[in-house]
Design a binder for this molecule. Structure first.
Ligand SMILES: NC(=O)c1ccc[n+]([C@@H]2O[C@H](COP(=O)([O-])OP(=O)(O)OC[C@H]3O[C@@H](n4cnc5c(N)ncnc54)[C@H](O)[C@@H]3O)[C@@H](O)[C@H]2O)c1
Length: 266
C-alpha cells in the first residue's frame, strides 16, 4: 500500500530552521509563510525592522518565527541577525537570499552611488549572508541556500536596469561557485530566477515612473507578451524555492531554475 504522506515528506522542511531575507513583504513573506506551513521555524529578516517584526508576529500563528532588523549589505548587521537566529533556534539549515534593491536608473545618467547600492544589496548581501549561513550549517551537518535571482540575469526584460541585471548575474555566479566550494560541507546552493510577479516591488517601480523617474520599457512591459498571459503569484515562486530548499532536491546544486512562465522562450 503506498503512503502519499511518507512519499511527500522529502518535500517538507519539518524541524528545519530557515532565514529569509527581505521577508517583510512580497516574495520573501510568501516564502516564510509556505516554509512555516511545511514545518520550518523561520527568521524573518528585513531592512525594515518594524515590518519584519510585524510580519513575524502575524506569521507566528503558523509556526515559530523571529523577526530581525537586518540590512544585508552591512556586515555587522548581518552578523548580528545570524547571531540572533542562533540564539533563538540554535542555528539555521536553510538560507533564502531574497532581499533586493529595486531602484531603476538610465544607463547614461546613472550615478555611481546608484550602481553601488544595487550591487551592495544584491551581490554583497548574498555573499555576507551566505558566509554567516555556512558557518552555522557546517556545525549542523549541512544545509541549503536558495538565491533569488531574476530572469533578467539571462535575458533583458525591463529597461533601464543595467545595474540590476548585472547584480543578478553576479548572484548566479555566487550560486555556481558556492555550490562547488561548499559541496563537501553538505551545503547545496541554487538560484531561482523569477519572471514577473505580483508583489509590491513592481508597483513601486511604476509609482516612481509616475513621479517623474525613468520611463520603464522592455519586453516585460508589453501587454500580452507573456506566453501564459499573466504574471506569477508569489506562492508559485515560493513553491519552487521550497523544492530547492528541501531534501527532495538532495542531488541538485549549482542550478539556475527559471520560473518565468515561459517568458524567455516566447
Ligand atoms: N517582483 C518581481 O516581478 C520580480 C521579478 C524577478 C525577480 N524578483 C526578485 O524577487 C525578490 C523579491 O522581490 P519582491 O518583488 O518581493 O520585492 P519587494 O520590493 O516587494 O520586497 C523586497 C523586500 O526586501 C527588503 N529589502 C530591501 N533592501 C534590503 C536590504 N538591504 N536588507 C534587507 N532587506 C532589504 C525590503 O524592505 C522589502 O521588504 C528580489 O530578489 C527580486 O529582485 C522579483
Amino acid at each position: 500500500m503506498s503512503d502519499p504522506q511518507a512519499a511527500l515528506a522529502a518535500f517538507t522542511l519539518t524541524g528545519k530552521v530557515a532565514l529569509v531575507t527581505g521577508a517583510a513583504q512580497g516574495l520573501g513573506r510568501s516564502i516564510a509563510e509556505l516554509f512555516l506551513d511545511v514545518g520550518a521555524s523561520v527568521v524573518v529578516a528585513d531592512l525594515n525592522g518594524d515590518a519584519a517584526k510585524a510580519a513575524a508576529e502575524d506569521l507566528s500563528t503558523r509556526g515559530p518565527t523571529l523577526g530581525v532588523a537586518m540590512d544585508v549589505s552591512d556586515e555587522t548587521a548581518v552578523q548580528a541577525g545570524f547571531a540572533a537566529a542562533a540564539d533563538r533556534f540554535g542555528g539555521i539549515d536553510v538560507l533564502v537570499n531574497n532581499a533586493a534593491y529595486r531602484g531603476k536608473a538610465n544607463t547614461m545618467d546613472m550615478s555611481v552611488a546608484e550602481w553601488d547600492i544595487m550591487h551592495a544589496v544584491c551581490t554583497r548581501g548574498s555573499f555576507l549572508c551566505l558566509r554567516e549561513a555556512v558557518k552555522q550549517m557546517r556545525g549542523r551537518g549541512g544545509g541549503a541556500v536558495v538565491n533569488i535571482s531574476s530572469m533578467s540575469a539571462q535575458h533583458p526584460t525591463i529597461f533601464p536596469n543595467m545595474h540590476y541585471d548585472s547584480a543578478k548575474a553576479g548572484v548566479d555566479a555566487i550560486t555556481r561557485l558556492a555550490a562547488v566550494e561548499f559541496a563537501r560541507d553538505g551545503i547545496r546552493v541554487n538560484s531561482v530566477l523569477p519572471g514577473g510577479m505580483a508583489t509590491p516591488g513592481p508597483d513601486k517601480m511604476r509609482a516612481a515612473q509616475a513621479a517623474g523617474g525613468p520611463a520603464i520599457e522592455g519586453p516585460a512591459t508589453i501587454p500580452g507578451r507573456s506566453v501564459m498571459g499573466r504574471i506569477a503569484q508569489p506562492v508559485e515562486m515560493a513553491r519552487a524555492v521550497l523544492f530547492l530548499a528541501s531534501d527532495a532536491a538532495s542531488y541538485i546544486t549549482g542550478a539556475e531554475l527559471l520560473v518565468d512562465g515561459g517568458f524567455t522562450k516566447g
